[in-house]
Ligand binder design. Structure first.
Ligand SMILES: [Zn+2]
Length: 230
């Protein structure tokens, strides 16, 4: 395994922490739930990280401000921050949102200029049961099917991972669609045609079994390593 000059990694929902100035804005009981962060995503991000040229993870909970939503998305702020004054909201955007988005965009543009392409993997996880309904996917690969580079990447990555982990249920654009608002959708517009972005969505059921989570992480890393070497 070697580092790829093309690979950019992000983990927008890595953390359930709050900065000291907003320490009482979300109840502690809520901070422990999947609403506050993507359980297991940080572990997966750490496993994939040695492959990447640049890697960025959120320091704070999505319930403060959601780094995976566009500024005009009404889900940018959560029920705990929606009621804040416009001055406070602007402080959240300037203090936490914009620095993260700008760092990632700059890294993506630098990689694109220096190496002619950029491959971005945005690492996430989803709750196995949503509104009483069980989700029957283990790993989802979210991308824009209208973009040939992303379609090819997902196709080969899934093929290689299936060979290594035949028991996993892998699906494209499930449980969400790759064209829905997110960090990758924004970067497609900002960086252009030589950008390929995939949002990886891991089922949080594996978090209960750290050994299994680690094994899946290693298989994802090995299969991703084959893609960045193409
Ligand atoms: Zn997420």
């Amino acid at each position: 395994m070697s580092r790829s000059p093309y690979l950019l990694l992000t983990c927008e929902h890595a953390s359930n922490a709050l900065p000291p100035v907003f320490s009482d804005i979300v109840p502690p009981s809520i901070l422990k739930t999947h609403r506050a962060f993507d359980r297991g995503a940080q572990t997966l991000f750490s496993i994939l990280r040695p492959l990447s040229a640049a890697a960025f993870q959120a320091r704070y909970t999505r319930l403060l401000i959601d780094l995976n939503r566009s500024p005009d998305n009404e889900e940018l702020f959560s029920r705990y921050t929606r009621h804040l004054s416009s001055h406070q909201k602007e402080a959240l955007i300037a203090g936490y949102y914009r620095p993260f988005r700008e760092q990632v965009r700059e890294a993506a543009e630098k990689i694109e200029q220096e190496h002619g392409r950029v491959l971005h993997v945005s690492v996430h996880s989803f709750t196995p049961i949503l509104r009483g309904k069980k989700r029957d996917v283990d790993v989802g690969f979210l991308y824009d099917p209208a973009r040939p580079n992303e379609t090819e990447l997902a196709k080969h990555w899934i093929k290689d991972l299936t060979r290594m982990e035949p028991g996993l249920v892998l699906r494209r654009n499930h449980p969400y669609r790759g064209v829905d608002d997110g960090h990758t959708t924004e970067l497609r517009k900002q960086v252009g045609a030589r950008y390929a972005g995939v949002e990886l969505e891991l089922n949080q059921r594996f978090v209960r079994n750290p050994k299994r989570l680690h094994a899946i992480g290693l298989a994802l890393r090995q299969s991703l390593s084959a893609q960045v070497g193409r």
